[in-house]
Design a protein around this ligand. Structure first.
Ligand code: ADP
Ligand code: MG
Length: 307
């Protein structure tokens, strides 16, 4: 297991920023760590990289405990922090060489040139970091994370603050790099995990609320199914709500059409049929609406006190 987290917890004063989370990442996966702001993503990543100690629980890289052997585990991790701390007055080359040297890379000069090429910085290579656009600065951040050729990459919101073109380019780069590494990538954007992560772990208020293949997330059976139904005659909302299987109702765009939330799709459809037949009407159209990952995400991370 390249990354393993066991009952990891971080408490700040009265608050559990990370609350007893566990997961494992196999080699070669790109895994999304998805959650709204304040969910505990950065705190988890800082514990994984050994920058802050957990309040309880353990994190392991290649089965080595991060707290016990921070130098060894850090040497195997490439880390792009959320607020990528670059030295704006340094030239790209100068900075990467410096990072190569402090990471004891064998041939810093050669490695710097390799990374400039790999991260698409060739045309900008003579510039100071402060002269670069945010997208290019993020490439420098990725180059820095990769300098010692780590097997594990921890990327904290690598595309936040970039424009759509830059986002596309950085995602492409992560996909390329990620084909040979284990990548844990945090984001608060659902489309990001849909675009690049095979698996998604969703965190909310410090707790893991889902962990599944990204394509499976939309099929979770503990979330609602939405049925779209169009009747030939008017049916009142209160009559729909009387059906025990109906959890929620909202009007559709057509006359006499509704979106109906239920967890019991089959028996709900039968009940709808009976209801309309009882007033001498029939169903013009009925279909299950696929929920987007965004809907699922919103449901899973909706805070109880916001309801
Ligand atoms: P995310 O990266 O998912 O946005 P964070 O891990 O940064 O979330 O933060 C999780 C929670 O912990 C937040 O409520 C945040 O305010 C709190 N927190 C993070 N760092 C500290 C700190 N150093 N001191 C106190 N509270 C913190
Ligand atoms: Mg964060």
């Amino acid at each position: 297991m390249t990354i393993r987290v066991e009952n990891l917890t971080k408490i700040y004063g009265p608050q559990k920023a990370v609350d007893n989370i566990s997961f494992e990442l196999k080699k070669g996966q790109i895994v999304g760590f998805l959650g709204p702001n304040g969910a505990g993503k950065s705190t988890t990543m800082k514990m994984l990289t050994g920058f802050i100690p957990p309040s309880s629980g353990n994190a392991y890289i290649d089965n080595i405990n991060v707290e016990e052997q921070p130098l060894i585990t850090r040497s195997r991790i490439g880390y792009l922090p959320e607020h990528n701390p670059l030295y704006l007055d340094m030239y790209i080359r100068e900075y990467l060489r410096f990072m190569a040297e402090i990471n004891n890379v064998k041939n810093p000069k050669k490695r710097t040139e390799e990374l400039i090429e790999l991260t698409g910085l060739t045309l900008e290579r003579k510039k100071k970091i402060g002269q670069l656009s945010k997208g290019y600065r993020q490439r420098v951040g990725l180059a820095q994370a990769l300098i010692h050729n780590p097997d594990v990459l921890i990327l904290d919101e690598p595309t936040s603050g970039l424009d759509p073109n830059q986002i596309g380019e950085i995602r492409k780069l992560i996909l390329e790099i990620g084909s040979e590494k284990t990548v844990l990538l945090s984001t608060h954007i659902m489309q990001e995990v849909e675009a690049i992560c095979q698996r998604t772990i969703i965190i909310n208020r410090g707790k893991i609320v889902a962990d599944a293949a990204t394509t499976e997330l939309g099929k979770r059976n503990d979330t609602d199914i939405v049925i779209y139904v169009e009747f030939s005659k008017e049916i009142s909302e209160s009559d729909l709500r009387k059906i025990p299987e109906v959890k929620n109702v909202s009007k559709g765009s057509q006359p006499n059409s509704w979106h109906i939330n239920t967890t019991e799709s089959q028996s709900c459809k039968i009940a709808l049929n009976k209801l309309i037949a009882g007033v001498g009407g029939y169903i013009l159209e009925q279909k299950e609406e696929k929920q987007s990952l965004e809907d699922i995400f919103q449901k899973l991370t909706r805070n109880v006190d916001d309801l």
